[in-house]
Design a protein around this ligand. Structure first.
Ligand SMILES: Nc1ncnc2c1ncn2[C@@H]1O[C@H](COP(=O)(O)OP(=O)(O)OP(=O)(O)O)[C@@H](O)[C@H]1O
Ligand SMILES: [Mg+2]
Length: 337
């Protein structure tokens, strides 16, 4: 549905987007991530024909953004980073105006406007001037205009910026409900939001593509080894928990493929460990067997994934930041220089 090849945007002094290539299949919701200034907005502007690329190509629904901008615009809904405002227009007037530009059939337009106003929860401000709306409401009006003509593709630049927590949840649900029939790229700085909404992510940093994959694949690729959380109880409820914990630790350390066993907690008659495998080893079946064969009760055993936040920080860290993380500077309180 979206095909980007070698897309580049050069400004006088810097390269904002540097030969990025990716594809998005129909019906996918893709999180577009990157630090401030990475080139997200610039990429989205090129995809939506707001700005021509310096180099490379982009195709939306089979149409080239340079050769067929009108065809692309018909099939795309765009929520810009700062939605265009017509401060003196009432919300309903503005949506009517947008609907006409986008070629929504006149007979169905009023009904369609009512529907999107309900979807985006802006019915209560329908006759308010846009210039007098709060930031969150303006953002919702921006979303309403993006989905008004029911486009195949939605490009949303930070759709939940400025919304309150209720509205963030509703917008997230709205975006999810649009998936399947729509193809969606959304940029955001809220990583848990991406984990909840998007299966795929595209990560860019300094204009370059650093990853494009599913969240699950990124996790295992970066980690290469498995981390497993284990909770065990002794068969004898009166057993000494300290001694039990040591026995479990020793047992787990002997399991083939285990590189490290870390004690996490001992209380309420239960002990918990985090176990790491060697690169490329799957240790869950053997861990389970070792515990059960020792006559203990296995309450819980599950793989612990890297959070998207950890992935993001690893992939977009500058060499300087990596050094700093390896050798943190220690501030000595009270030291005189
Ligand atoms: N009109 C412009 N002229 C010159 N440089 C620009 C222009 N617009 C953007 N840039 C530069 O291009 C780079 C990418 O900016 P862009 O707005 O695409 O980043 P972004 O990933 O959307 O960041 P943010 O997370 O802050 O929204 C930045 O270095 C920015 O300064
Ligand atoms: Mg931006």
């Amino acid at each position: 549905m979206i095909k980007v090849e070698g897309l580049t945007k050069r400004y006088a002094r810097n390269v904002a987007v540097d030969h990025i290539s990716f594809e998005v299949q129909k019906g996918q919701i893709v999180g577009f991530l990157g630090p401030n200034g990475a080139g997200k907005t610039t990429t989205m502007r090129m995809l939506t024909c707001f700005m021509p690329p310096t180099d490379g190509t982009a195709e939306v629904a089979g149409y080239d953004v340079i050769e067929k901008p009108m065809e692309v615009k018909k099939r795309i809904g765009y929520l810009p980073e700062s939605p265009p405002v017509y401060p003196e227009m009432e919300v309903v007037e503005y949506l009517d105006f947008v609907g006409r530009i986008k070629g929504v059939e006149k007979s169905g337009l009023a009904k369609r406007i009512d529907d999107v106003m309900e979807t985006c929860a802006i019915g209560d401000v329908r006759n308010k001037e846009i210039g007098k709306l709060s930031k969150g409401y303006r953002q919702r009006v921006g979303l309403a205009q993006a989905i008004l003509h029911n486009p195949d593709v939605l490009i949303l630049d930070e759709p939940t910026a400025g919304l309150d927590p209720h509205q963030i949840i509703e917008t997230r649900d709205l975006i999810k409900s649009l998936a399947g029939n729509h193809t969606i790229i959304l940029s955001t700085h809220i990583l848990p939001e991406v984990e909840q909404t998007c299966e795929h992510v595209i990560i860019i940093a300094k204009g370059r593509l650093v990853a494009t994959d599913t969240v699950a694949n990124l996790t295992s690729r970066l980690r290469g080894s498995e981390t497993v959380a284990v909770q065990v109880t002794p068969s004898n409820a009166n057993a000494d928990l300290g001694q039990f914990s040591q026995s479990v630790q020793r047992k787990l350390e002997q399991v083939s493929g285990v590189s490290r066993v870390m004690h996490k907690d001992s209380r309420d008659g239960k002990v918990e460990f985090t176990v790491e495998s060697l690169q490329g080893r799957h240790i869950r079946p053997e861990l389970a067997r070792a515990i059960v064969e020792s006559g203990w009760n296995l309450n819980e055993l599950h793989a612990v994934g890297l959070s998207l936040e950890e992935i993001f920080l690893q992939l977009t860290a500058t060499p300087k930041e990596i050094e700093a993380a390896a050798a943190p500077e220690v501030a000595v309180v009270g030291e005189q220089s």
